[in-house]
Structure formats: C-alpha cells, structure tokens
Design a binder for this molecule. Structure first.
Ligand code: ARG
Ligand code: GLU
Length: 724
C-alpha cells in the first residue's frame, strides 16, 4: 500500500475545497419556502441577489408569477412561457403521455414530435395542469379548541369534517377549487385555491437521443448532457376557463407568463426554483431515519438491481419490449439510483449521529419545560420503541412490495377477483360472456405494456430473493408449489406462466368470450390468483403493524414538531415538502470547482458530443443534431462558439420539482429544473450545502433544439425573449 504524503498541491486543494465549503455554507440556502413566507425572507433574498420585490413572485392580487407555474400531471411542475398557454416541462414528465400516443409506427421516442401549428397539437387524455392562484393559513379554523394530545380516529374525524366544510365554503366563495393540506406535521393547515385545466395537448418532444440522452447512466448525476424538456399547451373552454377536451377549445390566454432571459448567468448568480416539491422528511428522528437508511433503501435497491438486470436484457434484445417497458423502467430505475445516492450521502454526513446529538439537546429542553409540555420528554423514547417494534414487519412489507408484488403477473392476479364477481352474479350464459368481455377490456392498458417472457424472467429472479430474505414469511401455498416443482424456481415459473390465463390478453379474451358458469373453478385454480391471494394474509398482517406504527409516529411527530416550533434554535424555518407550491433560492454553483473539469457548473453541446457513443443506445446522438454540430450551426443560440446545455445551482429541490422554472434575480426564466446530483439526493432528509445541488437545463439549449433541431421556430414567436 502506498503511504499517503500530503503534497503542496493537495494542501492547496484542501484549503480551496475547505474555503468553498465555507462560502457554500453561507450562500446555499436550505429551504423550500411557502410563497407567503417570502415576505419574511425578503431581506435575505435581496442580500443573496434578488432584484425584484418578493411581491412580484407571489401576491394575493392575482398578478404574481405563481400564475405562471403549474402542477404538471400528478407529480411534476411546468411553467407557462407564452400568452397562448404554452407550457415547458421536462421530457421525463411528458414521457407517459407521449408513450400513450407512441406506436412502433410513430415512435416519438425515436423520432421526436414537433407540431407545426395549433392544429397539429396532440390531445393527451388524462393529463391535467393546475394553477395555484392563492394560499391562506387556515390553521385556526381547522385546529381550534383541540387539545394537543387528542389523537387517533377522534381527532382525524374532527379534522376531516372541518376540512371538508371549509373546502366547500371557500371554494364556493372564491369560485375556485379549494384544497387544504397539513404542514409542519399537522401543526398548520393551509388552503390552496386552484384551477385545473383538463385539455392539455402535446406540442414538442425531442427524441430520446436528446431528451433522454445519457439515460440512467446520467440520471442523478453530474456532469449532465440531457435535453430533458418537452412542451405542451393548455386549452380552455368558454371564457378562458377549464373545460373537458373539445376540438373547439382555444389555447389558454395567460395573463402571466415567464419572460425568457437568453443572456445567461455566471457562477455565483442568484437563482430561484418555483415549483412543487413532493416529499421531504427533514425533521424526522434518528430512529425513523435509520429505518429508511438501513431497511427500506437497501431492500429496494437490492430488489430493483435484479429486476433491472432482467428488464434491460430483454429490452435491449427487442424493440417491442423496449417500447413496452421504457416508461416503467424509468420509474423503477429512478428510485433505485436515487436511494443509492441517499444512503451514500447520509453515511458521508453521519446524519444519524447528528440527529442523535440534536435529540439529546431536545430532551434537555423537554425536561426544563416539563410543566408547559409534559409530553415532550417521552417523545423520542416512544419513537424508538415504535420503530423497534415495527422493524421486522417493515422489512417483510418492503420485500413483498419489491419482489413478489414486483412480479407483474402476481399483481395482475388480483384481477381474477373481478372476474369471480361476474360469476357470482348468477347471470345467464350470454350475459355472463358479455360482462366478462367488458371487464376484460379494462385490462388492455396493462397488456399494451406487458411482455410475458420478460415477466417470467423477473419471477425467476425475484421469487428466490423473497424466499431467502423472508424464510419465515413464505406462505404455505408458495412452499408447496416450490417443493412440487423439485425446489426449482425455473420449473415453477414455467408452469405458472403456461397455466395462467393472465399471461396473455388473447387467452383471456377467449376465455371471456366462451365462458360457461362452471368455469369459475378454473379461475380459482389459476396460479396467478393463487399467488396473489396466497400472499394476502402475510402481507396484510405485516402492513397492519406498519400502518399502526405510522399512525403512532405521526402523532409523536406532530408533538415533536410542535415543541420544536416553540424554541428559536430548534425552530424549523420551512415546512417539509408536500407537493404544494414552494420557492427555493440559492446561487449558480459548481459541485467541486477544484475537481475534474467536468465538475464545473455548466456543460455544453461539445460535452454532449464528447460523451456520444453510437454503440450505446442512450448515448446515440440523432443524425440531425450531428448535422447542426458539424458546422456549429447554432444560430442565435451560440455562446462563445458552443451552446450551454445544463447547469448546477444550490437550490433546495426535490422530486416534483422536475420541470420547475429556474429564474434569475429578476424572475426571468433561465432554465428548467430536472434533477440533482447523486452526492446530494439525501437533501430530502438532510441538506448539506457542500454537496446538495439542483441540475437545470439551460433555456438556450431548449430554444436551440426547438428552433434548429425541431424546426418549430413558430413557437419562439409567441415567447418573450429578453437579452440582458
Ligand atoms: N432523476 C430525475 C427525477 O427524479 C430524472 C428522472 C428521469 N430521467 C432519467 N434518466 N430516468 O425525476
Ligand atoms: N427529477 C425529479 C422529478 O421528477 C426532480 C429532481 C429531484 O428529485 O431533485 O421531480
């Protein structure tokens, strides 16, 4: 082993690194602020570089920039970038909607999609966008007269009733939807007044060679070369209001939309991210953290590693399987990779120890404040008891979800229950067949994206994993089947998929079309149904333990938070993310400016070309992009002979912030948020300013791709693009 000697340069590096650490501590800002908290943050934001009053970002008169931010679908963010309701979001946020439209013929993933006029924009059934027009604190109206220690069903019922009453009342009075959600673990309640549009159409979608470039190799990673964007348009009905899809709907007339600033930014510049972070757990105890860190994350990572190996093998061998599994795969792999970064970051930061030492301080406070908060001193001990009690159940539930229920046929097995209900209805033969056929038709969406061979391979990979990880929780039916098949998972799987009706849509349809009442016994014997029902007992018993513990924990968390809100040095300054509108602010900032060149704060199109690789699908650059690259044909998007692609900043973001507008000091759009680097994904649990960054797509790359690559320059005419 080489003895480590500190060279001069490494000492300089260490000093530089340490000093960047210090500056980043003072510049990076942990926090996802409620828009209404910005007033209180205003001085700090101005000191950090904000050049407009926070009123411009959010106000209650309906003129704030919040009117240009939308919750996109169920878990992403989008921004309105023209008066004609044009919405910019991520490629991966539009992925599911595009998949629904994509066939081997059109294959928008390979070819991209660019509407050349409004008439060519494609309706996306089921896709919605939601505006948050206003928010208000209604804590007093939800919690009045309630003891802190009131808990359980009684408290839940009272709160649910009050929320329902208030939502109806506020919605009537405002003419908007009103949704009330808890904040600070149930110590505050806020209402969001919202408007949801339901006629959303696809406008532009780069091929995967741009929008998914680097695929999962680059996911959660920096440097980054993904053109992760897509464009949609909001359509409105009469008087510019939300309406169901109708051909005659008109593009939504947006009073507020983001101006685009195409003159760039430099390291250190102020930025904000405005969007809908989904879930963070910054304030949990060390005990809950340990559950995530030592049970949930590792189990999910291990199971998904196996599943992805199988999927990849099949997807690479067959384009049809690729198209079927690409969206599912992205979802499964996304968590898989994130949790690996999370575990790593928690370890580097030794977050458990930090939390433990905080907890000891809290307990001293609790003892000193016993008369005012008599419950405080036992909170942490109770949390510990609860987690210990539920650990083994949690492990089993995680394993079942990720392995046995991660086998699609087993999940689908539950469908037999619906068929059985038809048999039990005592219908005549013809009526029975007719009903069965209708019920079976509802599974079409599942089969459209299902490959039975791939799923069988997953069975062979994941079932053994469950048997060895949870030997005491293997149901009798499973044990019997396994031994009946010579203790061979392969033989067992072959049999299951051969016999089950559910492996093949045609087989199922045939069954429905020719069924007679006596066939119900065949259904009951179906191995998919047997596997599904056979696991229910163990699953439910363990889930019940986990759920009951979670209820206990949420009670304890609420009181823990309540206490922490009383004392300044414990006080959480912002509430955990809950998929409501938030603003994060920070600065454009590289991850390790002293490290390898790729770790600076920005990548460009030359970097894209340098990592391109024709032999690896996700690193294959579309021919058209190469044609533009050859002569450096970047038009007005050229910056020093290249085009910037992605950049880093230290805003505190989370899942759900995908597609969020990234703004400069004036509130103008400079990019679209789409990811975080691996080293910092633990920011959902612990924000380390030295490591946590958000990754954004530079708006100039977006515009370059739309105009020069997509040939959809007509879209740029609706935008307001400013320089300086
Ligand atoms: N990690 C990002 C997020 O959580 C991007 C996911 C999509 N991109 C990908 N390469 N899978 O959503
Ligand atoms: N890609 C994430 C999303 O879909 C956003 C990035 C993150 O989690 O930081 O919301």
């Amino acid at each position: 082993m080489l003895k480590k000697v500190w060279s001069y340069s490494s000492i300089v590096k260490a000093i530089l690194f340490f000093s960047t650490f210090i500056t980043s501590v003072s510049s990076a800002k942990e926090g996802m602020w409620l828009p209404s908290q910005l007033k209180q943050q205003e001085a700090d934001m101005i000191a950090a570089g904000l050049q407009v009053p926070v009123d411009k970002i959010y106000n209650e008169n309906g003129t704030g920039l919040n009117n240009a931010v939308v919750l996109f679908g169920r878990g992403c963010t989008g921004e309105v970038i023209s008066s004609k309701g044009l919405v910019l979001t991520n490629h991966h946020c539009g992925y599911g909607s595009v998949q629904a439209q994509s066939t081997t013929l059109t294959d928008y993933f390979a070819n991209g999609f660019w509407a050349q006029n409004n008439g060519e924009e494609l309706p996306c059934p089921g896709l919605t966008v939601t505006f948050i027009r206003k928010m208000a604190n209604v804590t007093g109206r939800v919690l009045y007269g309630m003891r802190d220690t009131l808990r359980g069903q009684v408290r839940d019922n009272i709160i649910a009733a009050r929320i329902k009453y208030l939502e109806e009342k506020l919605s009537k009075a405002s003419g908007m939807d009103a949704t009330i959600k808890p904040y600070y673990d149930g110590n505050q309640y806020w209402v969001s007044y919202t408007e949801t549009f339901k006629d959303i159409r696809l406008v532009g979608f780069p091929p995967n060679g741009i929008g998914y470039f680097g695929g999962d190799f680059e996911n959660w990673a920096w440097p980054r070369h993904t053109g992760d964007f897509s464009m949609f348009r909001i359509y409105a009905g009469a008087s510019n209001k939300p309406a169901a899809y109708a051909k005659g709907n008109k593009p939504y007339n947006a009073k507020t939309f983001f101006k685009i600033n195409a003159s760039g930014y430099k390291e250190g510049d102020f930025t904000m991210v405005y969007g809908f972070p989904g879930t963070t757990k910054e304030y949990i105890s060390s005990y809950q953290l340990n559950d995530i860190y030592t049970i949930s994350d590792p189990i999910r990572i291990a199971a998904r590693t196996r599943k992805l190996e199988v999927w990849d093998k099949n997807m690479n061998a067959n384009r049809d399987v690729f198209l079927k599994y690409t969206s599912k795969r992205a979802g499964v792999a996304n968590g898989w990779k994130k949790w690996q970064g999370e575990v790593k970051g928690l370890k580097i930061n030794d977050v458990t120890t930090k939390k433990e030492s905080y907890e000891r301080t809290f307990e001293q406070w609790a003892i000193a404040n016993d008369s005012a908060y008599p419950y405080a001193k036992d909170l942490l001990a109770n949390m510990q008891v609860n987690t210990i009690y539920a650990d083994s159940a949690l492990k089993t539930v995680e394993y079942i979800n990720e392995t046995v229920f991660g086998i699609e046929l087993v999940q689908q097995g539950g469908f037999i229950g619906r068929l059985m209900a038809c048999f039990r209805a005592g219908l005549s033969r013809d009526a029975l067949r007719d009903t069965l056929q209708k019920v079976c038709a509802t599974t079409h969406a599942f089969y459209k994206n299902y490959d039975v061979q791939t799923d069988k391979d997953v069975f062979k990979a994941l079932m053994p994993m469950y048997f060895s990880a949870c030997p005491h929780d293997v149901p009798a039916y499973y044990k019997a089947q396994y031994s009946d098949h010579n203790n061979d998972f392969g033989l067992w799987a072959d049999d299951v998929y051969k016999v089950s009706l559910l492996g093949d849509e045609e087989k199922l349809k045939n069954f429905a079309a020719n069924a007679v009442p006596a066939d119900s016994s065949r259904l009951l014997a179906d191995p998919a149904w047997q596997l599904y029902t056979g696991m229910q007992g163990i699953y439910k018993a363990n889930t019940a333990v986990v759920t009951a513990t979670n209820e206990q924990m949420s009670y304890l968390n609420r009181l823990y938070m309540k206490c922490r809100m009383q004392k300044d040095d414990f006080k959480p300054s912002y509430p955990d993310a809950n998929l409501t509108l938030r603003v994060a602010y920070g600065r454009v900032k590289g991850l390790d400016p002293d490290g390898p060149a790729g770790y600076s704060y920005q990548t460009n199109i030359d970097d894209v070309m340098s990592v391109a690789n024709p032999d690896v699908e996700v690193f294959r650059v579309p021919a058209k992009l190469k044609e533009l690259y050859g002569p450096r044909d970047y038009g007005r998007w050229a910056v020093h002979g290249t085009v910037p692609v992605a950049f880093l900043a230290d805003n505190h973001t989370s899942g759900g912030n995908s597609g969020s507008p990234v703004l400069n000091a004036k509130g103008e759009l400079i990019g679209t948020n789409f990811d975080r680097p691996w080293e910092g994904t633990m920011s959902d649990l612990y924000f380390d300013p030295a490591l946590c960054r958000n990754i954004s797509l530079d708006i100039r790359y977006t515009l370059f791709i739309v105009e020069k690559f997509g040939g959809a320059g007509w879209l740029l005419n609706e935008m307001q693009i400013v320089k300086k």
